[in-house]
Design a binder for this molecule. Structure first.
Ligand code: HEC
Ligand code: HEC
Length: 494
């Protein structure tokens, strides 16, 4: 398996004019662009935006004649907000932009998955340091807690567990509070802007019906439109630039929580967290694995040790293919993350990554020590600070459900926290041979087959259960076949 590691580059006015052509009319005039936004990527972005508009329009229509069932109303509110571009500073980026159904609710643009791994924000020149996770099954993660028996942290959302759920009792809801004001994602400057934008939308009435008429009864300052069309982060001297009375500030915060809880409600709904894969059908006795899938499942639970972290369930335990702990499997850095280049002030004078090329993602450990500079939906609990050294370099075990879901076989998906891996075969080969193959030389043509680059971080790297599995090529393929049975939509839920 060889692959091109070149970043597509296109310079000059061509990008800018193309960008304006696809941007919504309400976008601010000066739109900084990135070297990675090639015409091909811009076209794919425009297609995703159009699909999001289509789904949003359909959902808005359902909002006008909502179901009677209150839980369904909450799910509907969650969906209509998850597909709402207006909740981003330039009115161009819904949550769904990085989480589309055709890829199992992760990144929908093959070319970005193949290269950057990360996705551009509402300010299109800004990228975060990580690959979008799937948001399906995320609401089933427990509130982050310390388990003294395991001497480990369990639960939360995000690769570094930083959406703990300890404030509002729901990690996925606290997660949903991160992207709207993350300067490299949806980019609003104040959570009050998220509430203000929602108050202007056709789902306002349904929101008030579910959560109460106080939700949007806020005296907005005259300059709210203007303040909220400026990309974040806010100036240090004015950290909440929408100036509200103390009680309106409290109300906006409560409404923001309810928006987030509604979004988590949709993510937990049967439409998203479906349990309808071939694996589920086999477990229910309604289908049979092929011989390769069966052999792969046996390896997954046996010789390959996958099941020790990607749990396939047990008595009283849903098969979620994660145990909600964190590990360092030794994933190499992804040199194509645009984040490495974000070390100078951008056109809006914001520097996402002051340390540039020397950035190393410390995962859970760095969340415990310094929070997350870009988005911190939950405050780190200072009492967990002593756990930082042994959680450094570790990332939450992701669910494997829908890990192969893709619109067509040639569509590339990225894997791992930084999107380094580009296929399931490649990551399985890595688990099998990380400690067996030699280190790659610069531009080594054998990368991914005959050699591996150094891990991004060797802190707390697992060397017991992964790295040298002694699997044959055929066995690697069987593991891939098994993971392909985890795609939802194989059976209906009735
Ligand atoms: C620009 C792309 C982008 C946008 C927009 C975005 N996300 Fe994400 N999402 C990501 C990335 C990247 C991660 C992993 C980030 C990390 O770990 O720091 C992620 C992680 C998540 C997770 C965590 C899953 C888990 O298992 O822990 C959930 C849930 C989620 N996003 C939902 C949302 C919601 C809801 C919104 C809108 C309010 C949203 N995302 C907007 C890129 C995006
Ligand atoms: C020690 C715990 C552990 C074991 C054992 C393990 N994994 Fe993982 N797995 C992880 C962690 C942690 C990540 C995220 C790594 C990162 O982001 O750097 C991951 C990531 C993945 C991903 C990428 C998913 C995504 O959405 O990006 C796949 C696929 C995967 N593992 C499959 C397997 C298979 C197959 C096996 C057995 C051969 C296995 N894992 C064994 C902990 C483990």
């Amino acid at each position: 398996m060889t692959r091109s590691r070149g970043v597509p580059i296109l310079v000059g006015g061509a990008i800018i004019s193309l960008f304006i052509a696809v941007a919504s009319a309400a976008a601010i005039d000066i739109e900084p662009t990135s070297a990675t936004l090639t015409p091909q990527v811009l076209k794919a972005i425009a297609q995703v935006e159009a699909e999001i508009d289509r789904i949003e329009a359909q959902t808005v229509e359902r909002v006008t004649a909502p179901p009677d069932n209150q839980v369904q109303q909450i799910e509907l509110l969650g969906k209509v907000m998850l597909y709402d571009k207006e909740l981003s500073v330039n009115r161009n980026e819904a949550c769904a932009f990085c989480h589309m159904p055709e890829t199992g609710f992760t990144g929908p643009i093959s070319e970005l998955n193949r290269t950057t791994g990360a996705y551009p924000g509402s300010v299109r020149s800004r990228y975060s340091e990580r690959k979008p996770q799937t948001h399906s099954y995320a609401p089933l993660s427990p509130v982050l807690h310390y388990n003294p028996g395991q001497d480990d942290l369990v639960g939360g959302n995000f690769w570094d567990m930083r959406a703990t759920g300890r404030r509002i009792g729901n990690p996925a809801a606290e997660q949903a509070e991160g992207p709207p004001t993350n300067p490299v994602e949806m980019g609003l400057t104040d959570i009050a802007c998220v509430v203000y934008r929602a108050s202007q939308r056709p789902y306002r009435d349904l929101f008030q019906k579910v959560w109460g008429v106080q939700a949007f009864a806020i005296a907005w300052p005259n300059d709210v439109e203007q303040v909220c069309s400026r990309p974040g982060p806010p100036p240090v001297s004015d950290s909440k630039p929408v100036h509200l009375s103390d009680s309106d500030r409290g109300r906006a915060a409560a409404t923001f929580d309810q928006m987030a809880q509604s979004i988590a409600g949709y993510e937990a709904s049967a439409e998203v967290t479906a349990f309808t894969s071939k694996f589920d059908a086999v477990m229910a006795g309604k289908a049979q694995f092929t011989p390769d899938e069966q052999a792969g499942y046996a390896l997954f639970r046996g010789k390959a040790n996958c099941n020790t972290c990607h749990r396939d369930g047990g008595p009283g335990e849903d098969p979620l293919f994660t145990d909600f702990t964190a590990s360092n499997i030794g994933t190499p850095a992804n040199p194509q993350l645009p984040y490495y280049l974000e070390d100078k002030p951008d056109a809006l004078n914001y520097t996402a990554n002051p340390v540039g090329r020397s950035f190393i993602d410390g995962g859970v450990g760095s969340f415990l020590i310094k929070g997350h500079p870009l988005s911190e939906p939950s405050v780190p609990d200072a009492r967990w600070l002593p756990l930082a050294p042994k959680t450094n370099g570790r990332f939450q075990v992701p669910t494997l459900r829908n890990v192969d879901k893709r619109p067509d076989p040639d569509f590339v998906k990225a894997y791992g926290h930084n999107g380094y891996f580009k296929s399931l075969k490649e990551i399985v080969h890595f688990y099998n041979t990380r400690d067996v193959l030699q280190r790659c030389q610069p531009n080594d043509p054998g990368e991914g087959t005959a050699c591996w680059p150094a891990p991004e971080s060797t802190a707390n790297m697992n060397t017991k259960t992964v790295g040298n599995l002694g699997l044959t090529d055929a066995e690697e393929n069987q593991l891939v076949s098994f993971m392909q049975t985890l795609t939802d939509g194989y059976m209906s839920r009735d």
